[in-house]
Design a protein around this ligand. Structure first.
Ligand code: SAM
Length: 223
């Protein structure tokens, strides 16, 4: 069986009891960066076990090997570096392959950065659209210009290298709607967590003062 296990996005206290139990009892753990998962096990005081690094479809042989082991009856856990496997990380490709092979799976839900940010946003989230990381080139402008007519709350991920550029471009595309709400979730669940709520018109001023370090979720309120 494959257990799909969510892990914390920064605060170790957010690990679930089921996640600990599963990581303890499984035969091996399929992960992204073995150092990151190795550290997690250490912090949880789980004895060392085999870690299989697998980045989605980049190495089909590795996935075949994982399928083989599962078909022989091993119990493997799938984790990503942080949060929920498959949410803007390669986990989905592995899970997709397991479906193709009829492998038995269970899911152990837990933290995900976009859900944490949405719930702290105070924006309507009965309907929202999750966009992951915005494209770097092709489709980027089309995507941002579509925000002007979007009636659902929009949530996206951004890296430290592009946060300023992305926020500036969003503000530029929403210049005719200066009161649209923008929420920025930075370093969620960590020591220097910031949940900032502002508007398009106040974004430039905010950007001059905001700490541009760490990990970010950007939320744009509905039209
Ligand atoms: N699987 C993860 C999840 O469930 O949220 C997301 C993995 S994705 C490769 C990493 C991105 O998630 C970061 O660049 C950032 O945009 C967002 N992220 C992860 N942890 C975060 C945190 N503690 N605070 C804010 N954003 C975070």
């Amino acid at each position: 069986m494959l257990s799909i296990v969510s892990t914390p996005i920064g605060n170790l206290g957010d690990i679930t009891l089921r996640a600990i139990e599963t990581l303890k009892k499984c035969d091996a753990i399929v992960c992204e960066d073995t150092r990151v998962t190795g550290n997690l096990l250490k912090m949880l005081e789980i004895p060392k076990k085999e870690l299989i690094s697998c980045h989605g479809y980049t190495n089909p042989k590795k996935i075949d090997n994982i399928v083989e082991r599962l078909e022989k009856g091993e119990h493997l856990a799938l984790v990503s570096d942080a949060g929920t496997p498959g949410i803007s990380d390669p986990g989905y490709a592995i899970v997709s392959k397991m479906h193709e092979h009829g492998i038995k799976m269970e899911v152990i839900p837990g933290p995900s950065a976009f859900l944490a940010a949405l719930s702290a946003s105070g924006l309507p989230i009965d309907k929202f659209v999750y966009l992951g990381f915005p494209p770097l080139k092709k489709g980027r402008q089309t995507l941002f210009s579509s925000f002007a007519d979007e009636k659902r709350t929009i949530v996206l991920y951004e890296s430290v290298h592009r946060i300023e550029r992305t926020l500036n471009e969003i503000a530029k595309n929403l210049a005719t709607q200066p009161d649209r709400t923008i929420v920025i979730g930075r370093e969620l669940t960590k020591m220097y967590e910031d949940i900032i709520r502002t508007t398009v018109k106040d974004l430039p001023e905010l950007l001059t003062n905001m700490t541009k370090k760490g990990e970010f979720v950007v939320i744009v309120g509905p039209k």
